[in-house]
Design a binder for this molecule. Structure first.
Ligand code: NAP
Length: 339
């Protein structure tokens, strides 16, 4: 049987993606072959493709952090799943393919009656948001958060989870995306025309309890300035340097500053966050939290925002939308439109 798979042929942007047709792979020991229903497209996929991020896979490889699909075949010795069962998982790369051989410990079973594209929002963005707020920040109801890029994939997920946890939320975004930010329960701040540090100070009086900063570099110091005493800055990425808006040196300096702020006695803390590293350290949280999020979704307590669905063979166009910051919510790849 043959299938389509997207390959990042070399280091670079969306233009390095190629679609190949090949024999469907056989699952190895401990693996499950999943027939794709939906795969997420993330800015993180593009970051890894650049090859500038430590630990990124060597080309040629298939990008795709997260996927939802149907169990198609079990590898030798693999247990815990049945053929035909619906699953989702955060596999870090490999999701952009019609059939994916994934380690069984990265998959969780999900109900058949939930939309696969909606479910595909959970493994990367919703899990990151949930673990940032619950596991790392230990935020209780009423705590204040500032989410940058609040209308993006991770940003919109963070607001949806924050609404569930009844947090007081502020979100930066470009003006055309404010309606979405407001509809998710946050106060929108236009980072292009307003000074977000001043705005947060005016709106809250003494700052926020937690700020999520994916921009990196010099932006981190401004995020740190929005914290109230006891507050925490969490750096998730160096987005601006990948988009060429800051140099690699500025991004590295930003990371060093995070370490320095944490070491200095300033009644505020700062740290880096990586969902992949946290999953490795706490595999039990991974399963527990993904199942909790699936439950909230089934109960109608979460409303993931899909920006657009692209057929798999248009992965390049899908990534271009994300890189250009044109998407509102999460971009999804599906095997074929209407499937
Ligand atoms: N560390 C982790 O574990 C982890 C997990 C998930 C994601 N991430 C990181 O999170 C970031 C977002 O990923 P994504 O997939 O959600 O990307 P995305 O959908 O493209 O969202 C990024 C958003 O940032 C906004 N933005 C751009 N410049 C901004 C600025 N200066 N201030 C505020 N907002 C700005 C963009 O729209 P507008 O400019 O139009 O508002 C866009 O909506 C990536 O860098 C990714 O690597 C990290």
């Amino acid at each position: 049987m043959r299938h389509l798979r997207v390959v990042a042929a070399r280091h670079g942007g969306p233009d390095v993606l190629e679609v190949i047709e090949e024999e469907v792979p056989e699952p190895g020991p401990g693996e499950v072959r999943v027939k794709l229903l939906a795969a997420g497209v993330a800015f993180g996929d593009i970051m890894w493709q650049t090859g500038k991020v430590p630990g990124s896979p060597k080309p040629p490889y298939t990008p795709g952090y997260d996927l939802v699909g149907t169990v198609d075949r079990l590898g030798p010795g693999t247990t815990g799943f049945d053929e035909g069962q619906r699953v989702m998982g955060l596999i870090n790369y490999g999701g952009y393919a019609e059939h994916v051989c994934a380690p069984s410990d990265k998959l969780v079973a999900v109900p058949d009656d939930l939309d696969p594209s909606i479910l595909a929002c959970l493994p990367l963005n919703y899990l990151t948001a949930y673990q940032l707020f619950r596991r790392v920040g230990k935020l209780e109801r009423g705590k204040r958060v500032l989410v940058h890029g609040a209308a993006g994939g991770l940003g919109s997920a963070a607001l949806d989870v924050g609404r569930l946890l009844e947090l007081e939320m502020y979100g930066t975004a470009s003006a055309p995306k404010h309606e979405l930010v407001t509809s998710l329960g946050a106060t929108a701040i236009d980072y292009r025309s307003e000074d977000f540090v001043e705005r947060i100070n005016d709106l809250t009086g003494n700052g926020v309890d937690l700020v999520i900063d994916h921009i990196g570099g010099a932006h981190l110091a401004r995020s740190f300035a929005t914290l109230r005493p006891g507050g925490r800055l969490i750096m998730t990425s160096s987005y601006a340097s990948v988009r060429g808006e800051q140099s690699t040196a500025q991004a590295l300096l930003g990371m060093l500053r995070v370490g320095l702020w944490n070491a200095l006695p300033n009644r505020r803390s700062a740290q880096l966050f990586d969902i992949v590293a946290l999953n490795k350290k706490h595999p039990e949280w991974y399963r527990e939290d993904l199942l909790a999020l699936t439950g909230f979704l089934a109960e109608g307590k979460l409303k993931p925002v899909i920006a657009e669905r692209f057929p798999l063979d248009q992965a390049r166009q899908a990534q271009e939308r994300v890189l250009a910051a044109e998407a509102r919510g999460k971009v999804i790849l599906i095997p074929q439109l209407g499937a």
